[in-house]
Design a protein around this ligand. Structure first.
Ligand SMILES: [Zn+2]
Length: 222
């Protein structure tokens, strides 16, 4: 890792974030992990179809620089790295999840997979993401980088988004996920795993309204 270059890429971030970033680079170095910050708004994960804003595979973190929530996303991906380094149970379970493989199936094959199985695979991802968000909030308590109340609501919106993806079997690029309409119905405490075990259809209706066209092209019945 070229630390000088990495620091120059975050030169316009807040001082609090810069402090955390220096700590994060030490941690990554110490555990022999790598970080790449890409210019632009979207990156790819391997040869997977579709783009994302950041990822962590347990060896590297890659992240797009020109995204709205760059600081928050970096801390999120860093917390996934901590899960990997600590060999967390939820991280290891998630590595075995077929959630993404299933979403990448052609439309007509997606619904051949039993929905109960697909729920179990989705829930593995929810568990690792929920654990990650709890770590982000803990780190933010210490480093005071962003508004934790707002972050908690955004984290809940992201966690409930997995329910929506479960129902629609589509990963919609959801820039509108953190809009007021969604945040308004989000709890101000991080959702518990128990809460995330059932789907709240009144929240799903808000998602359906906000993430318009999400049902476009989907085969509901075969
Ligand atoms: Zn994540």
């Amino acid at each position: 890792m070229n630390r000088k270059k990495l620091h120059s890429q975050i030169s316009d971030c807040t001082p609090q974030f810069k402090n955390f970033f220096a700590f994060a680079l030490d941690y990554l170095n110490e555990h022999n992990k790598t970080l790449v910050i890409h210019p632009g708004e979207k990156i790819r994960y391997g040869d997977e179809p579709g783009e994302c804003t950041g990822w962590c595979d347990g060896d590297s973190i890659e992240i797009a620089r020109e995204i709205k929530l760059f600081e928050e996303t970096f801390v999120h991906e860093f917390c996934h790295m901590m899960q990997a380094v600590e060999d967390a149970h939820c991280w290891n379970q998630n590595q075995k999840s077929t959630f993404w493989d299933n979403l990448n199936l052609p439309e007509d094959l997606k619904l051949n997979d039993n929905s109960v199985n697909f729920w179990n695979e989705t829930y593995k991802v929810i568990r690792v993401e929920r654990d990650c968000e709890a770590r982000v909030l803990q780190i933010n308590k210490e480093w005071q980088m962003f508004d934790s109340t707002l972050y908690t609501k955004q984290a809940n919106a992201y966690l409930y988004f997995y329910h929506y993806v479960y129902l629609t079997r589509k990963w919609e690029v959801a820039t509108s996920l953190y809009c007021d309409e969604v945040l308004k119905v989000m709890p101000s405490q991080l959702c518990t795993l128990k809460q995330l075990k059932s789907i709240d259809m009144s929240i799903m209706n808000v998602y359906n309204k906000v993430l318009k066209n999400a049902f476009r092209n989907i085969v509901l019945y075969k």
